[in-house]
Structure formats: structure tokens, C-alpha cells
Design a protein around this ligand. Structure first.
Ligand code: SAM
Length: 245
């Protein structure tokens, strides 16, 4: 028997000025159940307790697209989103579920994770999400994907300059990349500035906050694409990680 997620309506309200309606609560519960069930087979996440799952997967995913505690209005307007290294679907699946007008592509290099997400999408009839299997270093060089997204989100995929090199090539000019981080340091700030400059971006906002239950440290980096990314980025498979910018 899978437990119920806490509703946390007051915390949603206080932190995001929003509350999930009954249908949305049911959908988030269903997602939780599918992930807990899938975890037995696929080892998707170590965050399985309802309260922790609510905070670290659901709240955290949605807080990233609510800079300064307000959902970005573009999410209601047919925005194209790519979640790079989505794993079990975070932050992309909650974004797709709560913003049905967004078109969300969930990218991961691991076929079994993408197969699991395909099952979730079918089971829950999430019509505005689709999956993509591949390495982002290659996807970022494909005409179909390069500079095609209004918004790229990336959480827990690598150090900051790797995330910048993965994300900015996929973003359209004037679009946005959001890098989800935990802690943040001066050294990271220096490598962020360097990578953003090389990839054609601008640091619009670095937001620090804590999660509402465990008070864990979070930073979200909002990067605006201001120029086309030079064609030699992203570099070949494995290079961004071996030789970070
Ligand atoms: N974003 C999810 C989250 O925050 O829960 C999953 C994070 S998981 C630690 C990192 C994921 O990134 C893995 O599923 C891995 O397969 C994927 N990944 C790592 N490098 C990648 C690459 N170069 N291209 C595409 N996916 C990649």
C-alpha cells in the first residue's frame, strides 16, 4: 500500500502563491505512486518518503520555475521546455502536469529511465510531454533541437559549467535556462560567469532560498540567452565533463 502525499496547501500558498486543485493533487499522488512502484524495478530515486518526495521532487521542481515565488507567466502561453538529464522526470514532469499549455521534452541518455517516463506519460495521459533518448552533447548540435526551446531546465546533472554548456545551446535567443543547484560558492560563480559569456548568455538572476520543510539550501540560476551560441558548443560527448570550461 503506497502512502498518501501530504497536501501542504498552506506551504504552496505561502511559497508560490498558488495551490494545486483537487485534480492536480490527484495527479501528483498518481505520479508518486508510479515512481514508488517503478523504483522497485528501475532504481529511480532514493527519495521515497511522502514528505521528502513532496519537498525534494515536487516542490523543488516547481519552485525553480517560480523565481521570487511567482510562476513565470510564459508557462501558460505555449512555451517549449526541455528538461536535460530528467532522470525519473524532475523537474520536467511536474512542470508539464501543472502547465498543460507548455510543451515539455524530457531528455535523458539512459534508455530505461526514458522507458519508465514513457509509461508514466501514457498511463497518466500527459499530452504535452514527450521523451528523447540521447546525449545532450549530440542533441545540442542537431538542427531539430539547437536553439529551439524557450526554456531549458537542468537539475543534478553536473557542475555548473557543464550545465551551462548543456543547456544554453538548446535555448532560443531571448529564451531562458534555469540551473537548479543546492549550495553555491565563489569559485562556482567565477566558472558560471566564464561559461555563460562563452555560450552567449547573461546571468539574469541568482536566487537563494531554503526548502520549506527541511530548510535545505537551494540556488537557482536564471540565464538569459542574448547571442547565438558559437557552433563548437556543446563540445563532443564527454568533453564538457572531462574538460569543464
Ligand atoms: N534531473 C533529475 C533529478 O534532479 O532528479 C535526475 C538527476 S540524475 C542525478 C542525472 C541524470 O542525467 C541521469 O538520469 C543521467 O542519465 C542524465 N545524464 C547525465 N549526463 C547526460 C548527458 N550528457 N546527456 C543526457 N542525459 C545525461
Amino acid at each position: 500500500m503506497i502512502k498518501n502525499l501530504p497536501k501542504m496547501l498552506d506551504i504552496w500558498e505561502k511559497t508560490l502563491h498558488w495551490q494545486p486543485n483537487t485534480l492536480q493533487q490527484e495527479k501528483l499522488q498518481k505520479l508518486y505512486e508510479l515512481i514508488i512502484t517503478g523504483n522497485r524495478q528501475f532504481n529511480l530515486t532514493r527519495i521515497t518518503e511522502p514528505e521528502e518526495f513532496w519537498e525534494k521532487h515536487l516542490w523543488d521542481s516547481l519552485r525553480g520555475v517560480a523565481p521570487e515565488g511567482q510562476f513565470m507567466s510564459l508557462l501558460n502561453n505555449g512555451v517549449s521546455v526541455i528538461d536535460i538529464g530528467t532522470g525519473a522526470g524532475f523537474p520536467g514532469l511536474p512542470i508539464a502536469m501543472i502547465f498543460p499549455n507548455s510543451q515539455v521534452t524530457l531528455l535523458d541518455s539512459t534508455r530505461k529511465k526514458i522507458n519508465f517516463i514513457d509509461d508514466v506519460i501514457n498511463n497518466m495521459s500527459i499530452n504535452n510531454a514527450k521523451t528523447l533518448v540521447g546525449r545532450v552533447e549530440e542533441i545540442g548540435q542537431e538542427y531539430e533541437h539547437r536553439e529551439k526551446y524557450d526554456l531549458a531546465v537542468i537539475r543534478a546533472v553536473g557542475n555548473v559549467s557543464i550545465c551551462v554548456e548543456y543547456a544554453l545551446p538548446l535555448v532560443k535567443k531571448r529564451g531562458l535556462a534555469i540551473i537548479y543547484r543546492g549550495s553555491w560558492s565563489e569559485e562556482e560563480n567565477a566558472s558560471l560567469e566564464n561559461a555563460v559569456e562563452l555560450l552567449g548568455g547573461n546571468i539574469e538572476l541568482i536566487e537563494q532560498f531554503t526548502t520549506p520543510i527541511s530548510e535545505s539550501m537551494r540556488h537557482c540560476l536564471y540565464l538569459r540567452k542574448i547571442k547565438n551560441t558559437p557552433i563548437h558548443f556543446p563540445r563532443g560527448v564527454g568533453i564538457p565533463k572531462q574538460k569543464p570550461l
